[in-house]
Design a protein around this ligand. Sequence first.
Ligand SMILES: CC(=O)N[C@H]1[C@@H](OP(=O)(O)OP(=O)(O)OC[C@H]2O[C@@H](n3ccc(=O)[nH]c3=O)[C@H](O)[C@@H]2O)O[C@H](CO)[C@@H](O)[C@@H]1O
Ligand SMILES: C=C(OP(=O)(O)O)C(=O)O
Length: 422
Amino acid sequence: MDSIIVQGGAELRGQIPIAGAKNACLTLMPATLLSEEPLTLTNAPRLSDIRTMTTLLQSLGAEVSSLQSGKVLAMSSHDINNHTADYDIVRKMRASILVLGPMLARDGHAIVSLPGGCAIGARPVDLHLTALEAMGADLDLRDGYVHAKAAGGLKGGIVDFRFASVGATENALMAATLAKGTTVLNNAAREPEIVDLANCLRAMGAQIEGDGTSRIEIQGVDRLHGATHQVVADRIELGTYMLAPAIAGGEVELLGGSLDLIGAFVEKLEEAGVEVTATENGIKVRRKNGRVKAVDVTTEPFPGFPTDLQAQFMAMMCTAEGSCVLEEKIFENRFMHAPELTRMGANIEVHGGTATVHGVERLKGAPVMATDLRASVSLILAGLAAEGETRVNRVYHLDRGYESVETKLGACGAKIERVKEQ
Ligand SMILES: CC(=O)N[C@H]1[C@@H](OP(=O)(O)OP(=O)(O)OC[C@H]2O[C@@H](n3ccc(=O)[nH]c3=O)[C@H](O)[C@@H]2O)O[C@H](CO)[C@@H](O)[C@@H]1O
Ligand SMILES: C=C(OP(=O)(O)O)C(=O)O
């Protein structure tokens, strides 16, 4: 597997274009299963997760073509000729569970492998399943698969989510577009990716109100038609690259980013002493002289501080002035970057869902291991300011969520290269 090598110490200056959101695109792609007509997505990110979802949709009978070097996805599922999402594909990526709602809503049956746990925690799907049951689905868990049926089709229902799960809201929202009658999703997730999905579904003819709030109401329709939809900007890629000049020093403009997507994160960045300004084309970030200040952070559902930026923020806090507490409230095991950062000289104590970071003056480069997607990039960020060489091994996870990280940071002056392993 490839490694990324970073020589620390170079200040960053330049511009970084922000891609379409992985976590939106992976939800929008299964929406193609809701209609016999084509769905085209523009501004798609070029990532291995998108290729995995392509393979999954193709295995179900959808046609998926990647145009303009992967930035446009032209999809069509005239017929779903296989209603089983196989373990071998589903296990690679959790978002695979999102084919369940659409297949069930359109054809009244689906068999989907359970995605299982992953590096950052257990990640169950019970909320997805109870939401579909509230719409009349008959579910049976056998041999590691969800066997779902809705004889006569799904019916509108009231779903009261015990937690505002992003994935469960997405699955239920898609399913409800073709259910008979009205569905209400209470305590729904409010993430921008949900709003993006609702916008796409509306363009396909769905009747949805309230997305972006905790109560979404969907009036089922008989069929959805084709549409073209632009994937929303990736707020996590945006936040990640905003941290790069904040950690390494310098000034970088993020092209295509918007402050509305990451308000809580920007507040923390400013509290730490980093200058953030909106520009005509995006957002500019500059590190003022001296070290950043230590700032406490708690991860929360949107509009709170995103769990997907916790690891990267920790990388910045490692060299902050003072100590801070980072509390992870979404996933139970999302501090695996902490021991790797410690290898680089960071002073971090982890107790359950809380990490206390005592800032040190400087990190030192070291060989480190990428354990999950956001952990991988946090080590690269830490390496940008560390003394000497950092080698981030096993960057397979990085490629799931960041397109050409070495090109984007390299264009701003970072000394970074990818080493291909046979
Ligand atoms: C609220 C939140 O920040 N969600 C994040 C989560 O979405 P993702 O959709 O993967 O996760 P959820 O929002 O569903 O899960 C959040 C929490 O709910 C629990 N849960 C979830 C589903 C379920 O059926 N049962 C259950 O108990 C999970 O264990 C977890 O503790 O990971 C994505 C990838 O990192 C992020 O982009 C999302 O922002
Ligand atoms: C953990 C992530 O993705 P996934 O839900 O696909 O594992 C992420 O985007 O940070």
